[in-house]
Design a protein around this ligand. Structure first.
Ligand SMILES: Cc1cc2nc3c(=O)[nH]c(=O)nc-3n(C[C@H](O)[C@H](O)[C@H](O)COP(=O)(O)OP(=O)(O)OC[C@H]3O[C@@H](n4cnc5c(N)ncnc54)[C@H](O)[C@@H]3O)c2cc1C
Length: 456
């Protein structure tokens, strides 16, 4: 009995020490696993960090309009660019003499300040927190900042060089860019060179508008603040429309908003109202009498112009071109604004007016195509009639919201993500986020853009 107890005690002691050994072993194993995992994590994080820190990619930007140049600044700022090539088919003189005025809204101003743009050193003027300057002046200034960045990044500005299939073919395979930004404006065809679909969505902005252009060669080109007038009603009784009676029942019948802008030489007027079905609106949408709109613009200009500019008289009226009737304001935006070129591992994004444009421009061809109907608009953007290209100015939201700058707000992150991508999936995710942002810019503008920029 005694022997059996001693034997049991021996077995217990052996069991306890085995358990202890097992525990110690388990503890050691857990500890070493933990250390190994920690070392792995530290090494991986450091290696990833170093890789991300060192990651630099070649970037190609097509078009040196305001958007292409601002995109170039974003790229340089991202710190992820090894070599930046900027292509522009125009030569310097043609590029920088663009006289049209651009208005930069406060959000675009802030964005550009963040890129190092010093508005105090640019010819222009401020009004209501908007900055007004000429496109040529703006482009020249951005080009000069890029020149200054040459010591940091290899920046190559190639003016007088067209992006084409031939240009692509001539790039040596090992020098292909990893990112291509297409900012070739509303008349560019670089997207088709890259095989990106030219399918556009055309959507209503729930507003009607008309615009007019006055060109006076004897006037100065200096940037000029814009003039706005709200809640206008027109007496169209001479045309048989008893609008006055109608507008006495506010607030359901919104009036018109007028904007006069541009330099004293190129004066533009934008007339806009929220979509409604009042008698006046219906009449102005369908009238066959082109004199009605002309008369409205004529009277409006004389009533609201600055004191120092000449009135429009019957003699000078022929210098004015205007829409024949009210048209529906629509935003056209690319269905596909980003793409991936598989074999060459290139991410492409489309920006500025190459990506989205409003049919509310005041360019040369305003009176011929923008004024009348969706048919012209669709024809221009979907079929992109080449025959129109030569007459094509940059079209713009005659309302001073620079959607091109909005689109660039996601450019820095996009370049960062593409430069630091580990594999193709990362690049595709970066592209998908970029495209989503582009859609969001269009949608937000459609919903609230006109309200924010014109009515308020
Ligand atoms: C009369 C007028 C008034 C305006 N007023 C305002 C305003 O008040 N507020 C406002 O926000 N905007 C205004 N704009 C619009 C403003 O000009 C546009 O928003 C802006 O120009 C669009 O810039 P972008 O860079 O997208 O295109 P663009 O300015 O058209 O630039 C595209 C560039 O790409 C180049 N290019 C085209 N194809 C190729 C190719 N294959 N290879 C190389 N280069 C190529 C073109 O030569 C061009 O220089 C106005 C425009 C006009 C015409």
């Amino acid at each position: 009995m005694e022997g059996l107890r001693a034997e049991n005690a021996g077995v217990d002691a052996a069991g306890a020490s085995a358990e202890e050994k097992y525990r110690a072993l388990a503890y050691d194993t857990a500890l070493s696993t933990l250390v190994a995992v920690a070392v792995y994590v530290v090494v991986k994080v450091s290696v990833d960090g170093i890789r991300q820190w060192r990651a630099r990619i070649p970037v190609l930007i097509v078009g040196s309009g305001p958007v292409g140049l601002a995109a170039a600044l974003v790229a340089v700022r991202s710190g992820k660019v090894l070599k930046l090539t900027l292509l522009e088919e125009r030569y310097r003189a043609a590029l920088l003499c663009r006289p049209q005025q651009i208005a930069l809204d406060p959000r675009s101003v802030n964005f550009l300040l963040g890129l190092g743009v010093d508005f105090d050193n640019m010819e222009g003027c401020w009004h209501n927190e908007h900055f007004f300057t000429r496109i040529g002046v703006f482009q020249e200034y951005l080009l000069s900042i890029l020149e200054q960045k040459k010591h940091k990044v290899d920046v190559r500005v190639q003016l007088g060089t067209k992006f084409s299939e031939d240009y692509l073919r001539r790039i040596p395979h090992n020098e292909w860019p990893r990112v291509i930004v297409v900012a070739d404006g509303s008349c560019g065809d670089s997207c088709s060179v890259l095989g990106i679909s030219s399918d556009f969505s055309v959507e209503s902005c729930h507003a009607y508008g008309a615009n007019a252009t006055i060109e006076r060669p004897d006037q100065r080109q200096v940037p000029t603040p814009e003039i706005r007038a709200h809640s206008l009603y027109f007496d169209l009784s001479a045309y048989g429309v008893e609008a006055l009676r109608e507008h006495r029942t506010p607030p359901t019948k919104p009036g018109f908003h007028l904007k006069i802008y541009g330099t004293f030489r190129n004066r533009y007027m934008a007339l806009i109202c929220p979509a409604s079905d009042t008698k006046m609106v219906r009449f102005l949408r369908h009238t066959a009498n082109a004199a009605v709109m002309k008369n409205i613009f004529h009277q409006s200009f004389n009533a609201y112009k600055t004191d120092i500019e000449p009135r429009l008289s019957d003699v000078t009226l022929h210098h004015m071109q205007c829409s024949r009737r009210l048209f529906e304001i629509q935003l056209s935006h690319r269905r596909i604004s980003a793409a991936y070129i598989e074999g060459d591992n290139v991410a492409v994004t489309v920006e500025g007016e190459a990506a989205r444009v409003l049919n509310f421009d005041t360019g040369e061809h305003a009176s011929s195509w923008a004024c009348d109907s969706l048919v012209h608009f669709v024809a221009f953007h979907l079929v992109r009639l080449r025959v129109l290209s030569h007459a094509c100015h940059a079209c713009h939201p005659g309302c001073g919201v620079n959607l091109g700058m909005r689109g660039l707000e996601s450019m820095g992150t996009f370049i960062y993500r593409t430069a630091t991508a580990v594999d193709r999936n990362d690049v595709l995710e970066a592209l998908s986020a970029k495209m989503q942002h582009s859609r969001q810019v269009a949608e937000t503008f459609r919903q609230t853009g006109l309200t924010e920029s014109i009515y308020e």
